[in-house]
Design a protein around this ligand. Structure first.
Ligand code: GSH
Length: 215
């Protein structure tokens, strides 16, 4: 299986961790957003990362990829079978991808990915706006993070998605903060200790070092 993208992206890392959690054989094929490579564009018609190729089958969007992988390779599951738990897993995935990312990526793109990786002009005012939006989001997460275990009872896509966003934010100074957000930091530590997470972190480290990003 091929995963197109770059692991600094929270969405690409999410898909990579799902692949690792399931013990699947896969390779990362590096593409930045907007790449004009035809194999990549076949899998991701709008040029966004990540995208997946599984034989003849292609699919874009990290949540779609996770749902596909969970259906095709069900064990171990990343989506709970029980309805209430499944709903919450998708809520945390959505929270990560649309609420946390909507604010966090304003910082990440304008302070790291745009200027250092894609060599695009950045807008510091947008980054500052993202910073102003973060406390409400991080306060919510602190309230949701359990004293033990996972966001949702059993370990799920929700944990992977939210932790992946937090890891990307660590590259711009908004990583786990055990003084201000102790429950979040402890929960993140548990996610990061999982072998699947650790093996993706090893793959990602050289790019982060090259960009001078410390996480
Ligand atoms: N909902 C999508 C979001 C993908 C996404 O926006 N990825 C970013 C990189 S972090 C991207 O490709 N941006 C380029 C663009 O929007 O054109 C997912 O979960 O995969």
């Amino acid at each position: 299986m091929k995963l197109y993208g770059a692991l600094l992206s929270p969405f690409v890392r999410k898909a990579a961790v799902v692949l690792e959690e399931k013990g699947l054989e896969w390779e990362l094929v590096m593409h930045s957003p907007g790449s004009d490579n035809s194999d990549f564009l076949e899998a991701s018609p709008f040029g966004k990362i990540p995208a997946l190729r599984d034989g003849d089958y292609t699919l874009a969007d990290s949540s779609a990829i996770a749902i596909y992988l969970d259906a095709k390779y069900p064990s171990p599951a990343v989506l709970p079978a029980e309805p209430a738990a499944r709903g919450k897993a998708m809520w945390f995935d959505e929270f990560a991808d649309t609420i946390y990312a909507a604010s966090g990526l304003k910082i990440l793109f304008n302070r790291l990915v745009g200027p250092k990786l894609l060599k695009l002009p950045s807008d510091e005012a947008i980054a500052v706006q993202g910073e102003a939006e973060l406390p409400r989001i991080l306060d919510y997460l602190e309230g949701a993070a359990p004293a033990q275990g996972w966001l949702n009872g059993e370990f799920s896509l929700g944990d992977i998605s939210v932790a992946s966003m937090l890891k990307s934010m660590s590259y711009v100074g908004y990583g786990p903060d055990s003084a201000r957000y102790p429950a979040t930091a402890a929960w993140y530590g548990r996610v990061a200790a999982r072998p699947a997470w650790a093996s993706v972190a090893v793959m990602e480290a050289p790019t982060a070092v090259r960009l001078g990003a410390t996480g």
